[in-house]
Design a protein around this ligand. Structure first.
Ligand SMILES: Cc1cc2nc3c(=O)[nH]c(=O)nc-3n(C[C@H](O)[C@H](O)[C@H](O)COP(=O)(O)OP(=O)(O)OC[C@H]3O[C@@H](n4cnc5c(N)ncnc54)[C@H](O)[C@@H]3O)c2cc1C
Length: 480
């Protein structure tokens, strides 16, 4: 068992939340010792790029995935411990134990552990050809299955630092979502087993983007939904059907109210059996059934958890000297006045910043710190209206604020499916708390502001429902 010297700032999780916190801490405290532990073997990369067709279809250089140079960590005096997991926490002794048995003693700890793709526990779920998408390794596995002709897997090996831009030989017409016959026959003649029919499971952002990517790669896609329409119950039926229409126009076959009972195949997936016994042949199964936070190791240490790690508005948890940031945080949202957990990039980044600022406050008067840090005695609350947008199949979808379907919320509709753009403004207690927008992302900014400013909708319902009314006018009024 190795016991390292006490680390001033220990960060578990090297994603956007953890790395932004590290960057922020370093700005305020140039000398404190710092370490980031990540169970992935990579430095910070863009998780959001993993499901974007340009990356998947190798239309952009692979290197664009990296968000920090390798040298950045050394230059900032941040130790990176890759490929190791934190498995035990002793908050009284202030020690984190890794899966290797190493013990890391900390002064201040950040839990930026994100989430994992929820795994299927169906019979046959261990077969080859079943894919999830959360990590770069997941993406590499799918890319290899989808692009075997073009993908030189050695180029995707660890780090991928020296990889040259790969100019794709592929001829894809993104508008028609199809391969040219020339590239199809090239794929066949190569003799490599190429995925030809994928079954995608689940409705949501990642599933939507995966369908887009697979269709652009020339793969037949059948999307199985347990629900009666896409993204039920987060969206209403009108929104869900608009998205379905776009998916179907792009060549995705959708099967609703469908549950998979069995995965069929020898060592790799060959088909799925759905309710009623019908079999759907496939050589690739993409499972997008949600994200969960594996928090058992923290729970046994006494950390209070719900769906995520419970925290106050300063991102402090129920033990002193420990903060949480990013997808794993179930924090007190000051705008909504509720405990919520979010799963989007900007939220994770901003929480990393706030946690980093709060961690770098002058706790230890004996340790030399920068003037800026010495001044930082005030705690900073986290306050942000978060959003998530995606584009695919000729449709744009955006969520802003809290879009959870819950009792006590009313909806103001703006636009319609016939008009081709449709917004649901979600109202609670007379104030806007969130919105879902289809083909109307230009209103994301004004709606965010209305949420942030606690705009009272009383008497303004008609304007909110009228697409000819410019929402920016409501903000101008707020200022005056
Ligand atoms: C395919 C995909 C596409 C996405 N697209 C978008 C998008 O377009 N827009 C958007 O806003 N959001 C998008 N998201 C969501 C966004 O990526 C996340 O909200 C964001 O990455 C969360 O950052 P994080 O730092 O909190 O967690 P993560 O990025 O999950 O990082 C946490 C890290 O901690 C590691 N870790 C966990 N437990 C331990 C442990 N015990 N010990 C050591 N290490 C540990 C994890 O392996 C991981 O590397 C997408 C997500 C995915 C998967």
């Amino acid at each position: 068992m190795i016991c390292m010297k006490k680390i001033n700032y220990l960060i578990i999780g090297g994603g956007i939340a953890g790395t932004t916190a590290a960057e922020t801490i370093r700005r305020h405290d140039p000398v404190g010792s710092m370490a980031i532990v990540s169970d992935e073997p990579y430095r910070l990369y863009s998780r959001i790029m993993l499901s974007k067709p340009n990356f998947f279809l190798e239309k952009i250089p692979f290197d664009q995935i990296w968000l920090k140079k390798e040298s950045w960590y050394a230059e900032n005096n941040i130790q990176v411990i890759l490929g190791k997991s934190a498995v035990k926490l002793n908050p009284q002794a202030k020690i984190v134990t890794l899966n290797t048995g190493e013990e890391l003693e900390y002064e201040k700890l950040l839990l930026a552990v994100g989430g994992c793709a929820r795994r299927w526990d169906l019979p046959g779920a261990e077969r080859r050809g079943i894919f999830y998408l959360r990590t770069l390794d997941d993406a590499k596995a799918i890319m290899t299955a989808v692009n075997p002709v073009r993908t030189d897997t050695s180029r995707l090996a660890e780090g991928g630092i020296e990889s040259p831009p790969l100019i794709s030989a592929l001829t894809v017409d993104p508008l028609r979502h199809s391969f040219s016959e020339a590239s199809r026959s090239k794929r066949r003649s190569n003799g490599v087993k190429t995925a030809r029919h994928a079954v995608a499971i689940g409705g949501g952002f990642v599933s939507f983007e995966m369908c887009d990517m697979l269709r652009l790669a020339g793969i037949d896609v059948t999307l199985l939904l347990r629900e009666s329409y896409f993204w039920e119950p987060v969206l209403d039926e009108t929104s869900g059907r608009m998205i379905e229409a776009a998916l179907e126009k792009g060549g995705v076959k959708i099967m609703r109210n469908t549950e998979v009972g069995k995965i069929i195949g020898q060592d790799r997936v060959e088909a799925v059996e759905i309710n009623g016994g019908k079999k759907i042949a496939c050589d690739m199964l993409i499972v997008g059934i949600g994200v969960f936070c594996p928090l058992a190791w923290l729970e046994v240490a006494g950390v209070k958890v719900g769906r995520g790690i419970l925290a106050n508005e300063y991102l402090e948890i129920n033990f002193p000297y420990i903060w949480v940031a990013g997808d794993a945080a179930e924090f007190k949202d000051l705008i909504l006045g509720e405990q919520i957990q979010l799963g989007n990039w900007v939220n994770a980044q901003m929480q990393g910043r706030i946690a980093g600022m709060n961690m770098s406050g002058s706790l230890d008067p004996l340790r030399p710190q920068s003037e800026a840090s010495k001044l930082r005695t005030r705690k900073e609350p986290f306050r942000m209206v978060s959003f998530y947008t995606t584009i695919g199949f000729g449709i744009t979808i955006a969520f802003v604020g809290d879009v959870r379907p819950m009792e006590g919320r009313t909806i103001i509709l703006r636009g319609s499916a016939d008009a081709g753009s449709y917004v649901r403004v979600i109202v609670k207690g007379g104030e806007i708390i969130g919105a879902t927008l289809i083909n109307r992302t230009q209103e994301l900014g004004p709606i965010s502001k209305l949420i942030e400013k606690d705009f009272k909708i009383a008497g303004r319902e008609k304007e909110l429902a009228d697409t000819s009314f410019d929402l920016k006018k409501l903000i101008e009024n707020l200022k005056s």
